[in-house]
Ligand binder design. Structure first.
Ligand SMILES: Cc1ncc(COP(=O)(O)O)c(C=O)c1O
Length: 438
């Protein structure tokens, strides 16, 4: 896939304007860590920065670029939609695009392995993941008449009103956005979740694999237990599949690995095809009556934009195409073998690999080693980021479309980066990071 050229702009001017008009603190942060990267040409699994350095995108904005950059099928869908006269559409009216996309999404939740075998029933569109999470929480409360929302400490659901209230204190306290009735529990408490959910709990919200917490993969037994307890206590189980959904884990939705069905599921990021924002809240039939009295009590002007629906339908088509998920599983298997070999042979820095399909977390001995590795990877042309709520973990999400050769190239660069950690340059860097308390 060839690179698409963006218009050349002076990078010094961009950095200056970014600092002056967007955020001088972000600009300062990037300068301090010598991570000033302005994304320019992009295509397939790669992008280039303003200095012409090429990177393989192994973070993909948490799944936005699941299908790579500038995927030609997605581009074509957008161009065709525009050519055929579509635009945002009208969120008050009935829409072809929304009807079709909702149907496809609903059908995708049906799984042979899930119990009960039926999938989710309805779909409401939004623009961002946070917006979709907010609606999920509103539905759970409206349905149950209960207030309490329980979430996982270290989890992340976005920065909007209810989503940020269900996230970590670090993101809500500075904005005085804590809300009553929101409580967090630790990962270890999942096994005894019956002690945490009571008769005033409306919902338990969880990322199917908690990305920001460093991708700990929850066992099938625990996940089924969570489902069971939610059923027993009349608590809505909301699964956040904003990162884990859409083929990332080798199943269409990550919950399909577990043979369970959430009551409500949220998706976003990859649904955009990396080109047009789209998010959705899918829910089971029992929540439908919330809208009976007034079907307009929740709306989103741009949610389910008709050009966006065309893009998202193309995304779903690609994921559903024969062999797509099978190939994701094959690549995942390849990484599993290679990464485990690196853990076994490197004796130190890389201590564990967490993985569900191509949703991978590389755990390092401590967070300075992880930061140093991040820099070594950048130097070797791999772009990734650490998990904000466990900075020992690098989030490793290569595009799902990568070829076997590209997977081998990533592994070779990883191996090289691990070897580089022993060099004087990176030993000094690690010390410096420690001294400045990065
Ligand atoms: C698991 C998860 N949930 C929710 C969100 C929020 O999505 P958005 O930034 O589109 O509001 C994110 C974004 O990173 C996420 O990773």
């Amino acid at each position: 896939m060839g690179m698409r050229k963006s218009r050349a702009v002076s990078s010094r001017r961009t950095i200056r304007d970014f600092s002056r008009f967007v955020s001088r603190f972000k600009a300062r942060f990037y300068a301090r860590y010598r991570m000033q990267i302005i994304m320019r040409e992009r295509g397939g699994i790669r992008f280039q920065d303003h200095k012409g350095r090429s990177y393989i995108n192994c973070h993909c904005n948490g799944g936005v670029f699941n299908l790579g950059h500038q995927n030609p099928v997605i581009r074509q869908a957008l161009e065709e939609a525009l050519r055929s006269g579509l635009d945002i559409g009208n969120h008050h009216l009935i829409s072809d695009g929304r009807a079709r996309l909702a149907r496809e999404l609903v059908v995708s939740t049906r799984s042979r392995k899930s119990w009960p075998p039926s999938g989710l029933a309805k779909c409401v569109f939004g623009v961002s993941g946070g917006e979709a999470v907010d609606l999920a929480i509103k539905l759970a409360r409206a349905y149950s008449g209960r207030d309490r929302i329980v979430s996982l400490r270290g989890g992340y659901h976005g920065h909007t009103g209810l989503a940020v209230a269900s996230g970590d204190a670090a993101y809500r306290e500075p904005f005085r956005s804590a809300l009553p009735h929101f409580e967090q529990i630790d990962l270890e408490q999942l096994e005894h979740i019956e002690d945490q959910l009571d008769e005033n709990t409306a919902a338990f919200i969880l990322e199917t694999v908690p990305a920001t917490l460093g991708m700990p993969v929850i066992t099938e037994q625990t996940m089924r237990h969570v489902r069971q307890v939610c059923d027993q206590k009349g608590v809505t189980l909301i699964l956040d599949e904003i990162q884990t959904g859409l083929g990332r884990t080798g199943e269409f939705w990550a919950f399909q690995h577990y043979g369970i069905l959430p009551d409500i599921m949220v998706t976003g990021k990859g649904l955009s095809g990396g080109i047009y924002p789209m998010a959705a809240t899918l829910f089971s039939k029992k929540y439908e009556n919330i809208f009976k009295g007034d079907p307009f009590i929740h709306i989103s002007t741009f949610g389910g934009s008709e050009v966006g629906c065309a893009v998202s339908l193309a995304v779903l088509q690609i994921i559903q195409s024969p062999g797509f998920l099978e190939t994701v599983r094959q690549r995942a298997q390849y990484f599993a073998g290679e990464l485990q070999a690196l853990v076994n042979t490197t004796d130190g820095p890389l201590i564990e690999v967490r993985q569900l399909g191509l949703f991978m977390g590389l755990v390092f001995s401590d967070h300075y080693t992880c930061l140093t590795m991040l820099k070594a990877l950048l130097s070797n042309g791999i772009f990734t980021v650490y998990a904000n709520n466990d900075k020992r973990v690098l989030q490793f999400l290569p595009p799902l479309i990568l070829s076997a050769n590209e997977a081998a190239e990533i592994v070779a660069r990883l191996r090289q980066s691990l070897a580089d950690l022993d060099s004087l340059r990176y030993r000094v860097l690690k010390k410096t990071l420690k001294v400045i308390g990065a």
